[in-house]
Design a protein around this ligand. Structure first.
Ligand SMILES: NC(=O)c1ccc[n+]([C@@H]2O[C@H](COP(=O)([O-])OP(=O)(O)OC[C@H]3O[C@@H](n4cnc5c(N)ncnc54)[C@H](OP(=O)(O)O)[C@@H]3O)[C@@H](O)[C@H]2O)c1
Length: 216
């Protein structure tokens, strides 16, 4: 499958490399088509990897992943282009973190009635935005066993078929437990959780962890 990855950071690299290793073709996108990080990644990824602008990556992908800094995600999706995303699944794993006042960060969204995923859906109304993977570290995203044991991944989105397709896709990477939280408004909670994740990270002294929901 052809996959577009918007983002050249640790998440963009982890996903793009993992997808190529699984046999997919990946185009990594950045603000500038000549972005050095994206070019370096593509050069080292063999025939399965290429790079370009956000619009190039969005046009290339049958499925597109948004792995850009939360503060720039709406801008990145705008640059990706409404037409390039039309009818496609746009998997959003960004977090609305504001580091401008140091650590710990705050959210720049207001979770009771707002989320970054919903802002992204508004920016790309003809795409099927699916929120997932934002509650775990990049190292765990395509390697759930790294967190130790079976843990839970969460998913939300307004298109049921799009969520089913992404759940099936993530199963190929070892995710056995994917909890569907419903429509995209659930992203408000998934994104707010990341503040708690940061405190868990400090307490656990490793980013390689996850949570599991249990019930009787
Ligand atoms: N790091 C993790 O383990 C982790 C885990 C879960 C979720 N996330 C979320 O995943 C996303 C990516 O995280 P990351 O650590 O890999 O990278 P990052 O440093 O947060 O983001 C890098 C990407 O954001 C783009 N970007 C930055 N400012 C922008 C702007 N104003 N307009 C458009 N694009 C902009 C950069 O574009 P250029 O390439 O053009 O510079 C680059 O591609 C974030 O939203 C983060 O919260 C991260």
């Amino acid at each position: 499958m052809k996959i577009g990855v918007l983002g050249t950071g640790s998440v963009g690299n982890a996903l793009a490399s993992g997808f190529v290793m699984a046999g997919h073709e990946v185009r990594m996108g950045a603000r500038d088509a000549g972005n050095e990080k994206a070019k370096t990644w593509a050069a080292g990824s063999g025939r399965g990897g290429s790079s370009g602008s956000f619009a190039d990556a969005a046009a290339f992908g049958e499925i597109v992943f948004n792995a850009t800094a939360g503060t720039g995600s709406v801008e990145a999706v705008r640059a990706a282009g409404r037409d390039n995303l039309r009818g496609k699944i746009l998997v959003d794993l960004s977090n609305p973190l504001d580091f401008s006042r140091g650590m710990p960060p705050t959210l720049f969204t207001t979770p009771p009635g707002d989320s970054l995923a919903e802002r992204i859906q508004n920016e790309a109304p003809d795409a099927k935005v699916v929120k997932t993977l934002n509650t775990i570290n990049a190292s765990v995203m395509l390697d759930p066993g790294r967190a130790g044991g079976d843990s839970d991944l969460f998913i939300a989105g307004n298109d049921a078929a799009a969520k089913e397709r992404i759940i099936a896709f993530l199963k190929e990477f070892g995710w056995k437990r994917v909890l569907d939280l419903g429509g995209l408004t659930a992203a408000r909670g998934m994104e707010a959780y990341v503040l708690f994740w940061l405190f868990l990270f400090v307490a656990q002294k490793t980013p390689d962890f996850n949570i599991r929901v249990v019930k009787p």
